[in-house]
Design a protein around this ligand. Structure first.
Ligand code: SMG
Ligand code: MG
Length: 373
């Protein structure tokens, strides 16, 4: 397989409803897609972060520079840009996992399309559909929250995640438990909004039998998360703090978490995500697939990952209409609380050309011939 061209397409898709977290409010998904062209097939991927470095340190304009100036030259220097060779070639560049994931995934898509192999087969997925959870943002009032949760449960979502922050934590959880009962699979995500000094307050959540509390403390502070876990019965789940399989191994060894949110983008791509699944599963630690409000391009391969055997908790892999009135791919539709695992070669989906053109705000050629797009 020979790399011929890499194109970057900026896209902007309005969200159907603003999504508020402890670090800000999103009203649209503004990111870029990569399209790689090889002599055998083309491949697609989506950069998972946003224009501002608020969820993580990476951001759209920075990732574009890193990919163009540091990652693609290393990949292009390979005799063949196979999936096995790409991550080692990029390893000298520190960090930038989400940018690396975009490069690896586009090439993986091209390679698997050339083989005629679906990503689910490549990863070792064992299910043809996966249960869908939904992440519910911070609201202005409890009645508004209850209405939203009710709507999602009516649509069939099998698990609810509430975004929390200081001042919006125990009361929303109590309200949802009182309205929907103790049997509802329920979890919370703080996106690093608390400190260890909040442990006595966070302990109040133990009364609500939550599946987990996600990333309550500062990113990368495994020690503080381990100390918090000792004081909570609710399992701590790490998201932002896990960048590599080595981080996952350390966190498990320190009892800094009892559950891991695996986002392939956050860990540099699907090969590292698979390693984290393997390590966690070997230690009896459940994993689940997180989300970054992806378009169908990012969502399709996440569904394949979520079908691995160790993904025993429902993911934030929701249906397309939870995010967008119109997606740039065929939409993923919830059936009986589940989404289908894609079965066609590669990541299992392609952009719809006309729709993509409408949502594309600009394009660049990052590598190869400057042929007009
Ligand atoms: O894709 O449904 C989704 C979003 C799920 O809550 C979600 N993601 O910390 O897990 C998380 C957040 C990160 C993105 S917030 C902009
Ligand atoms: Mg999270």
């Amino acid at each position: 397989m020979r790399l011929e061209r890499v194109e970057l397409l900026h896209v902007a898709l309005p969200l159907v409803t603003p999504f508020r977290t402890s670090f800000g409010t999103m009203t649209s998904k503004d990111t870029f897609l990569l399209r790689v062209v090889t002599d055998e097939a083309e491949g697609w991927s989506e950069f998972a972060a946003d224009p501002e470095p608020l969820y993580c340190s990476e951001f759209v304009a920075g990732a574009e520079t890193v990919i163009r100036d540091f990652l693609l030259p290393r990949v292009a220097a390979l005799p063949e840009p196979t999936t096995a060779a790409v991550a080692p070639a990029m390893a000298a560049v520190k960090g930038h996992e989400l940018a690396k994931a975009a490069v690896e995934t586009a090439l993986l898509d091209a390679e698997l399309r050339a083989y005629g192999m679906p990503i689910a087969t490549f990863l070792g997925s064992v299910r043809d559909r996966v249960p869908a959870g939904v992440s519910v943002g911070i609201k202005n009032s409890l009645p508004e929250l209850i209405d939203d949760v009710e709507k999602y449960l009516d649509e069939g979502y099998v698990r609810i995640k509430l975004k929390i922050e200081p001042g919006w934590d125990v009361e929303p959880v109590r309200a949802v438990r009182e309205r929907f009962g103790d049997a509802l699979p329920l979890q919370v995500d703080a996106n690093t909004a608390y400190t260890l000094a909040d442990a006595p307050h966070l302990r109040k959540l133990d009364a609500f039998d939550l599946l987990l509390i996600e990333e309550p403390l500062a990113e990368n502070n495994l020690h503080a998360h381990a100390r918090l876990q000792r004081r909570l019965t609710t399992p701590v789940c790490l998201d932002e703090s896990i960048h590599t399989a080595s981080d996952a191994a350390s966190a498990i060894a320190m009892d800094a978490c009892r559950v891991i949110n695996v986002k392939p983008a956050r860990v540099g791509g699907y090969t590292e995500a698979r390693r984290i699944h393997d390590i966690a599963t070997a230690h009896g630690v459940p994993v689940w697939c997180g989300g970054m409000l992806e378009t169908g391009i990012g969502r399709a391969p996440n569904l394949a990952l979520a079908a691995l055997p160790g993904f025993t908790l429902p993911g934030d892999t929701s249906a397309s209409k939870r995010y967008f009135a119109e997606d740039i791919t065929e939409p993923f539709v919830l059936v009986d609380g589940h989404l289908p695992v894609p079965t066609t070669p590669g990541i299992g989906i392609s952009p719809l050309p006309d729709t993509l053109a409408r949502f594309t705000t600009s394009t660049r050629v990052l590598y190869g011939g400057a042929r007009k797009l």
